[in-house]
Design a binder for this molecule. Structure first.
Ligand code: SOE
Length: 386
């Protein structure tokens, strides 16, 4: 039994709690987690969240989680500005760490975390970044098909992550819109996911990028309450407003080290698109396409079968990744399932004494890509007027 201490209990904390609770009910885990304690700043709120989400106790300081002998794993579900401090302290104390993405707010922090993880690994302590979309069965199946050579040599990656939860100019200035808390905007929050997905699927890494970012709404009312992707502004006709300090949208393209060209679009202004993580990969022998809004489907085109066009694979068969643990074929999965898979894979690696994937080095590499996107956008480096 490994005791888990989770820091934060909002959107990510809720979905991680669900995963800690359910992983052992559906997967044959080599070691069982115990949901020992959750930490949050307000005692009342942390205790209420612990009760609701199924944790045995609550603490008001993450350091208390690290000090406790019955806690062996620290799960970091806080905004990016506290990831480095918590992860480095936890690893130094010999606790395994799973940390939400992006790994940090800056490359310096991410490098320090990766360095701490390497040092801890020599003592058998493990660290993982929570890029959950890798664990969607259709994405994992796409990875298997590409690795088996089914679509041949990869030429193009076309990745988008489209949301619209802040199109209303009066949507409040939540932490995800503040650089000091979140590091960046759509870029780090959802762009990081498509960078990871593109690199994971192709097995190739970005060697350089050229980018354009934009903030459409530069001032917003201050929030009175907020959690996850919802918020209420302070009451009154003219609530106080503050400055948005992150990008609303980030577009970039780059080269992958295996020779593929890749384009990326991360935006919270794609009106009507709620959580459309889409990726299409074109190879010499075929293509694969995925859209999270239909997350149980994977679309495959093979030149050898060209009369058939793109073929829909309903990724719910027993021999598809993760699927046999769940429901009969056709009884699809949802957003939360990928987190159950993530916790299962993390615990499996910890029990086997191997580094989970993606590790902090992978997270730091993605942080470098995010920083390169920001540098390129700041200098309009590829901008040429007609
Ligand atoms: C967490 O993985 C996350 O990136 C959130 O931070 C986003 O806001 C969400 O929409 C997708 O998932």
């Amino acid at each position: 039994m490994l005791g888990v201490g989770m820091v934060g209990y909002a959107f990510m904390g809720r979905v991680h709690s669900h995963a800690w609770r359910n992983a052992g009910a559906f997967f044959d885990l080599p070691v069982r987690p115990r949901m020992a304690a959750l930490a949050g700043r307000s005692r009342d709120q942390a205790e209420a969240a612990a009760r609701t989400l199924g944790w045995d106790s609550a603490e008001t300081d993450y350091k208390r989680l690290i000090d406790r002998d019955d806690i062996h794993i620290i799960d970091i579900c806080t905004p990016g500005d506290s990831h480095a401090e918590i992860a480095i302290a936890a690893l130094a104390a010999g606790k395994h760490v799973i940390c939400e993405k992006p790994l940090a707010n800056t490359v310096a922090e991410a490098d320090a975390m990766a360095q701490a993880a390497r040092a801890a690994a020599t003592a058998g302590v493990r660290a993982m970044v929570a890029f959950n979309y890798r664990r969607v069965p259709a994405v994992a199946l796409a990875r298997q098909l590409i690795a088996a050579g089914r679509i041949g040599t990869i030429r193009h990656v076309r990745a988008q992550y489209l949301q619209d939860w802040i199109i209303d100019p009066d949507f409040p200035l939540v932490w995800r819109l503040q650089k000091d808390k979140a590091g960046s905007g759509a870029l780090g929050d959802i762009g990081a996911h498509i960078i990871d997905t593109a690199q994971y699927l192709t097995g190739q890494r970005l060697t350089g990028v050229s980018a354009l970012t934009h903030t459409f709404i530069t001032e917003r009312p201050l929030p009175q309450t907020s959690t996850g992707l919802t918020a209420q502004a302070a009451a009154g006709e003219q609530p106080e407003r503050g400055t948005v300090t992150v990008d609303d949208a980030a577009l970039f393209f780059g080269r992958l080290d295996g020779g593929a060209l890749a384009t990326f679009e991360a935006t919270r202004f794609a009106t009507g698109r709620k959580n459309a993580l889409r990726i299409e990969i074109n190879g010499s022998l075929g293509s694969l396409a995925f859209d999270f809004e239909s997350m149980n489907d994977l679309w495959l085109y093979e030149t050898s079968q060209d009369q058939a066009g793109f073929r829909r694979i309903l990724v719910t068969e027993g021999d598809h990744p993760y699927a046999s643990a769940w429901w009969p074929p056709g009884h699809g999965l949802g957003y939360d399932h990928a987190f159950v898979h993530e916790i299962t894979d993390f615990l499996t690696a910890v029990a086997a004494g191997v580094d989970p994937s993606p590790g902090f080095d992978d997270g730091a590499q993605i942080q470098r890509v995010l920083a390169a996107v920001e540098r390129s956008a700041a200098h309009d480096s590829a901008w040429t007027t007609p």
